[in-house]
Write a protein that binds this ligand. Structure first.
Ligand code: HEC
Ligand code: HEC
Length: 423
C-alpha cells in the first residue's frame, strides 16, 4: 500500500518535471508528514547548538547530497568545525541521506560486520533499535559539534522553539521537568530527525539512474545484471553509452557493486552500499587537523570502536582501519561543476577521478616519498602509503586493470546518481 502511494507520488513528480514545474519551493514539492516536518525544523535549527551558530544542515547540506558544503574545507582538511570555534571533528561528514536502511550493527557470518551509523558504526542501534535515531543523539552533546552541555539544555531549547506546537502535535506536550521526561523528549527529537532523513525530501530517489531503473523494470530488464557483454540491451532507457558502459564496469570488471550493491533497498531502489566495512588503504589526509596535531595518529575505524566495547574487544584487531561502505548516491551533486567535494572517511580525495584512479592503481603505482595530497600524488603518479596498513583489502581493490577510458566511464556513471528534486 505504502509502496503504491510512493510510486504514484513518484509518477506525479515526473509529470511535474515533464511540465517544467520545477521552480516551486521545496515545501510545495514534497508533502512532509508532521513528524518529518518537525525533523526538518530540528535538522535546520542553529539554536540547538551551544553558540546558536550550527545546525545539522551546516555539515550536511542538501545542495551537496547532505554532506560537507564548504568548498575551502573540502579542498583541505575536509573536517568541519563545531559550535565552539577551533573544535574540529576528525572525519569527513558522510551523507545523512539514504542511511536509514542500515541495520543494527552485527557480525554476519558471511559479510562480517554490517550496519550501524558513522564511519565506524558506533551509533549501533543497540539501545534504541534504530541506528539512525541513535546517531541523531550524538551531535547535540558532542563538544566537536553542537556542544550543548546536556540533554536537559537541549530539551529546554526545543521547548522554547517556535515549532514547539508542532512538537506537541506529534508527540504530546514536551516536558523537561526531570531526567525521565528529558529522556523521552530526547528520544522523540532523535526519532523525528531520523524520520526526516528517511523522507522523500532527503532520500528522494530522483536521479537519472532511478529513472533508468524504473524504465528497465517496466521493460522487464534487470539492472543488476548489466555487464560488459550485454550493456547494449539496456540502451534507450535513459543512460548514454558512456554511462551504460560505466555501469557495466561497475558491475563486472571493477566489481564496485560487490560493496556498493545494486540490490534493492526497502524503498525498491539500490542504496549503493551493503553497510559492510573495509579498509581500502586510503592515505592519511595530511591536512586533517588531527593529523597535523599528531602525525602518527591513524584512524582505527570500526576496530577502534569495537575495542572499547565489553563484548567485542577481543575480536577488534581484524577490524582496525575498516570503515563503513558509504552510499554513492549524490556523490557528484554539487552547486557548480567546478565545486570541490571531498571523498573517503578523511576526505583525502578531492575528485571522483582521483578515487577511481586509486581503486584501479593503488597497488600498481610507486609509493610516494611523502604524505602527498591527492593533487600532488596524481601529479607525481604515485600513491602515499595507507593510513592503516593492517586489514587492507588487496583482493577486490588496488589493481583493477581498467583503461583510462574505462575510468572515465565509471565516473560518468557515478554522475548519474545525483537527485534532481533536492530542496
Ligand atoms: C560539525 C559538523 C557536523 C554536524 C553539526 C553534524 N554532523 Fe553528522 N556527521 C558529521 C561527521 C564528521 C560524521 C562522521 C563522524 C564519524 O564517523 O565519526 C557525521 C555522521 C553523520 C551520520 C552518519 C551517516 C552514516 O551513513 O553513517 C548521520 C546520519 C548524521 N551525521 C546526521 C547528523 C544529524 C542528524 C545532525 C544534527 C543532530 C548532525 N549530523 C550534525 C559532521 C556533522
Ligand atoms: C571491497 C569493498 C568496496 C569496493 C569493491 C569498492 N568500494 Fe568504494 N568504498 C568502500 C569503502 C569501505 C569506502 C570508504 C572507505 C574509507 O573512507 O576509508 C568506499 C568509498 C567510496 C567512495 C567515496 C564516497 C564518499 O562519499 O566519500 C566512492 C566514490 C567509491 N567508494 C566508489 C567506488 C567505485 C567507483 C568502485 C569500483 C571501482 C568502488 N567504490 C569499489 C568499499 C568498496
Amino acid at each position: 500500500m505504502k509502496a503504491k502511494l510512493l510510486w504514484i507520488s513518484a509518477l506525479l513528480l515526473s509529470v511535474m518535471i515533464g511540465l517544467g514545474i520545477t521552480s516551486c519551493t521545496n515545501s510545495q514539492r514534497v508533502d512532509l508528514t508532521p513528524q518529518e516536518q518537525l525533523g526538518k525544523f530540528l535538522f535546520n535549527d542553529k539554536n540547538l547548538s551551544l553558540n546558536n551558530n550550527l545546525a545539522c544542515a551546516s555539515c550536511h547540506g542538501s545542495g551537496v547530497g547532505y554532506t560537507g558544503q564548504d568548498e575551502p574545507i573540502n579542498l583541505h582538511g575536509a573536517v568541519y568545525e563545531g559550535s565552539i570555534a577551533g573544535n574540529f571533528g576528525n572525519r569527513k561528514p558522510p551523507s545523512a541521506a539514504y542511511a536509514d536502511d542500515s541495520p543494527i550493527l552485527h557480525n554476519d557470518a558471511v559479510a562480517g560486520w554490517v550496519g550501524g551509523m558513522f564511519w565506524d558504526g558506533r551509533a549501533t542501534g543497540w539501545t534504541m533499535d534504530n541506528p539512525l535515531a541513535e546517531q541523531a543523539k550524538g551531535p547535540f552533546l558532542n563538544p566537536m559539534e553542537h556542544a550543548v552541555p546536556n540533554a536537559q539544555t537541549l530539551c529546554d531549547k526545543v521547548k522554547a522553539s517556535n515549532y514547539v506546537n508542532l512538537f506537541t502535535e506529534v508527540w504530546g506536550s514536551i516536558s523537561c521537568a526531570d531526567d525521565t521526561a528529558v529522556g523521552v523528549a530526547y528520544d522523540n527529537i532523535s526519532v523525528s530527525i531520523a524520520t526526516y532523513e528517511g523522507s522523500k525530501e532527503v532520500s528522494s530517489f530522483t536521479s537519472k539512474f532511478d529513472a533508468f531503473w524504473n524504465k528497465a523494470k517496466i521493460k522487464g530488464k534487470n539492472v543488476t545484471q548489466v555487464s560488459m557483454a550485454n550493456w547494449e540491451n539496456y540502451k534507450s532507457l535513459g543512460l548514454n553509452n558512456d554511462q551504460l558502459n560505466g555501469l557495466a564496469i561497475f558491475n563486472t570488471k571493477a566489481n564496485c557493486s560487490s560493496c556498493h550493491t545494486l540490490d534493492e533497498g526497502i524503498a525498491g531502489y539500490p542504496l549503493f552500499t551493503d553497510f559492510s566495512y573495509d579498509n581500502l588503504g586510503i592515505p592519511k589526509n595530511p591536512e586533517n587537523p588531527a593529523t597535523i596535531a599528531d602525525p602518527n595518529w591513524a584512524d582505527p575505524g570500526l576496530g577502534g570502536f569495537l575495542e572499547k566495547t565489553a563484548l567485542y574487544s577481543t575480536v577488534s584487531s581484524t577490524e582496525i582501519g575498516k570503515f563503513k561502505v558509504p552510499t554513492l548516491r549524490n556523490v557528484d551533486l554539487r552547486p557548480t561543476t567546478t565545486f570541490v567535494k571531498a571523498y573517503g572517511h578523511n576526505g583525502y580525495f578531492k575528485s571522483l577521478e582521483g578515487i577511481v584512479h586509486f581503486y584501479n592503481t593503488r597497488d600498481v603505482l610507486a609509493v610516494c616519498p611523502g604524505d602527498y595530497t591527492e593533487p600532488q600524488a596524481l601529479q607525481a603518479n604515485c600513491w602515499p602509503a595507507p593510513e592503516v596498513a593492517e586489514n587492507m583489502n588487496t583482493k577486490q581493490v588496488g589493481n583493477m586493470g581498467l583503461t583510462a577510458v574505462e575510468e572515465k566511464e565509471l565516473v560518468a556513471f557515478l554522475k548519474t546518481l545525483s537527485d534532481s528534486s533536492l530542496p
